[in-house]
Design a protein around this ligand. Structure first.
Ligand SMILES: Nc1ncnc2c1ncn2[C@@H]1O[C@H](COP(=O)(O)OP(=O)(O)OP(=O)(O)O)[C@@H](O)[C@H]1O
Length: 251
């Protein structure tokens, strides 16, 4: 783990989200440091997306508070929008706009965005600039949503299932892009152990809406006495993780 500033970029304090009878997130508190890449790992339905949606101000917590750079993402929506980039599982995208039009739209949200062509080139989509979002392949949509999350050079980036479904070449390319983000704070939701091991300084393991372990990938392996992060996950949660190589292992 590289040396990181101890300044806190994101605080979640006792977050709870209840849907009628279901408690999706059950008392999660976190402090994520400036410049850190922080992983959120958990089986299907563990509460990962609900957690990051609350961090991003896209979902209102039933209880608890979030601060991003000291701002409340619900009350200070306009200011938070300028410092936050989000790639979420279901992209809320205007399907009739072309890739280039979406890039231009997202550039307009931020004070210091990347150059439009640079952003498309970063995810290998320069040749799709004039293609409507709805006509992109799934992997191309995903790569575009990554570019849109990064386009504003935001201080905080939330990436949900960063490279799930992408081919190996695209994955490596995206990883290199994320590794190059020195100053930015990244929250990465993932099922892919190789991705978490490679990119994350620290990881929170979530099970049934709670954090059951938190530490560097190495600390989690040591805590579980496991050789791999995947073994640590299974040992600590008693569940298999759903990952790309093993689509049928979902519990
Ligand atoms: N709008 C909703 N209404 C009711 N229940 C919901 C809603 N959204 C999520 N849930 C439930 O909350 C739990 C946590 O969901 P969430 O999407 O946060 O999990 P996740 O860890 O991101 O899962 P996955 O890996 O499958 O994306 C699940 O049991 C889910 O069914």
């Amino acid at each position: 783990m590289s040396s990181r500033s101890s300044r806190i970029a994101i605080t979640a304090d006792r977050l709870v989200k209840r849907y009628k009878k279901k408690t999706a997130v059950n008392d999660i508190s976190l402090e994520i440091h400036h410049g850190e890449t922080f992983g959120i790992l958990g089986a299907n339905g563990a509460g990962k997306t609900t957690t990051v949606e609350m961090l991003a101000g896209l979902r209102t917590p039933t209880e608890g508070t979030v601060r991003i750079w000291g701002l409340d993402p619900l009350a200070d929506r306009a200011r938070v929008r300028q410092i936050l980039g989000v790639q979420l599982q279901q992209a809320y995208m205007h399907g009739a706009l072309t890739a280039r039009e979406l890039v231009d739209l997202y550039r307009s949200f931020y004070p210091n965005p990347l150059d439009a062509e640079q952003a498309l080139a970063m995810v290998d989509l320069l040749d799709k600039a004039k293609t409507k979002f709805d006509n992109l392949s799934g992997g191309q949509m995903q790569r575009l949503s990554i570019a849109l999350a990064l386009i504003g050079q935001p201080q905080v980036v939330i990436l949900d299932e960063l490279t799930t479904g992408l081919d190996p070449r695209a994955r490596r390319r995206i990883w290199a892009t994320i590794e190059a983000l020195e100053e930015q704070t990244v929250i990465l939701v993932s099922h892919a152990m190789d991705e978490v091991e490679r990119l994350c300084n620290r990881v929170a393991l979530i099970d049934a809406g709670r954090i059951i372990a938190l530490g560097s990938p190495q600390e989690l392996r040591e805590k579980a006495g496991a050789a791999t992060l995947e073994d640590a996950f299974v040992s600590l949660t008693g569940k298999q993780i759903h990952d790309e190589e093993n689509e049928d292992s979902t519990l």
